[in-house]
Design a protein around this ligand. Structure first.
Ligand SMILES: [Zn+2]
Length: 310
């Protein structure tokens, strides 16, 4: 397996003191080193994607806007959550590029499992930023997979927030199998992801939204998780993507979920097994959200450990 780590990935952050600060990557890596996992995983080098690759998912107009605001470093890229900073275009391109590089390594047969800690920016839309997410690496990855002839993709999201940027971009796409466990939108941003949202048109029934009550714990997770496995299995995917946001763990400063990191390890182990069964072992996991540093360090090292063992 490959874990992506390097200075360039930390450059995607909104400054020290911000919940999405550059110190998130350091917190993860300190724990990797402490557990000796840094010597067990292969290392992937963060790399920027091209503008053409971004355009697989994002509109040209939006890409140009981010490029412009990246030079000035001024203003917001959405309605007030996601500030521009100097170099935001380049930093966002490294997030996407690292995920795409992971895909290239998998396609080339160099590995089957990939983890990119600073990625899983699931709120960005094709034409706008949202919720700390500038470019949606998962959206670009799904489109890139199709370029490689891999159409049937399962996306599983255990971040506390609903993966609205992925959901609405592929809501009418029957080949994107979508399963998302998140805090009920009545209590948390972005307010979407009701159980009644199951896809539209030909894609009806290919999307599974599992909103949880605030305070949902591991027992609540395990009550719904089998439905995710069953759903992925029924979808017969050729590739699996996991968004392993650590903000669903107790003690996160901006959500109300009460999972432990054991949930992230369990989801990874089980999805690796499904990847072996259906996808020639191919799975990419991303770190996603998570704003309590100790939590993200434990959750993400748990993902790496599970991927190494599976
Ligand atoms: Zn989140």
């Amino acid at each position: 397996m490959l874990t992506y780590y390097g200075e360039a990935l930390a450059s995607y952050g909104f400054g020290r003191g911000h919940p999405f600060g550059p110190d998130r990557l350091e917190a993860f890596w300190r724990e990797m080193t402490r557990q000796g996992l840094d010597r067990k995983t292969g290392l992937g080098t963060p790399v920027a994607c091209t503008e053409q690759e971004l355009a697989l998912f994002h509109t040209g107009e939006y890409i140009a806007r981010v490029q412009h605001q990246s030079k000035t470093g001024e203003g917001y890229l959405d309605y007030g959550d996601t500030p521009a900073f100097p170099g935001v275009y380049e930093a966002g391109a490294v997030v996407v590029g690292s995920v795409l590089n992971g895909l290239k390594k998998i396609i080339a047969g160099a590995c089957q499992r990939v983890f990119v800690p600073i990625a899983g920016l699931h709120h960005a839309r094709r034409d706008s930023a949202s919720g700390f997410c500038v470019f949606n690496d998962i959206g670009v990855l799904i489109e890139a997979l199709r370029k490689h002839g891999i159409a049937r993709v399962a996306y599983v999201d255990i971040d506390a927030h609903h993966g609205d940027g992925v959901f609405y971009s592929f809501e009418d796409d029957p080949d994107l199998i979508f399963a998302d466990i998140h805090e009920d939108g009545r209590y948390l941003y972005p307010g979407t992801g009701a159980a009644t949202e199951t896809g539209t048109g030909k894609a009806l029934g290919t999307k599974l939204n599992l909103p949880m009550e605030p305070g949902a714990d591991d027992a609540a997770f395990h009550r719904v998780w089998p439905r995710v496995e069953e759903f992925v299995r029924a979808g017969k995917p050729e590739f699996i993507i996991l968004q392993a946001g650590a903000d669903s763990i107790a003690g996160d400063p901006i959500t109300h979920m009460q999972f432990t990191p054991a949930v992230h390890a369990h989801a990874t182990t089980r999805l690796c097994a499904l990847a072996d069964e259906f996808c020639q072992g191919r799975i990419i996991a991303t770190g996603g959200g998570g704003y309590n540093r100790a939590n993200l360090a434990r959750a993400w090292t748990g993902v790496v450990e599970a991927m190494l063992a599976a």
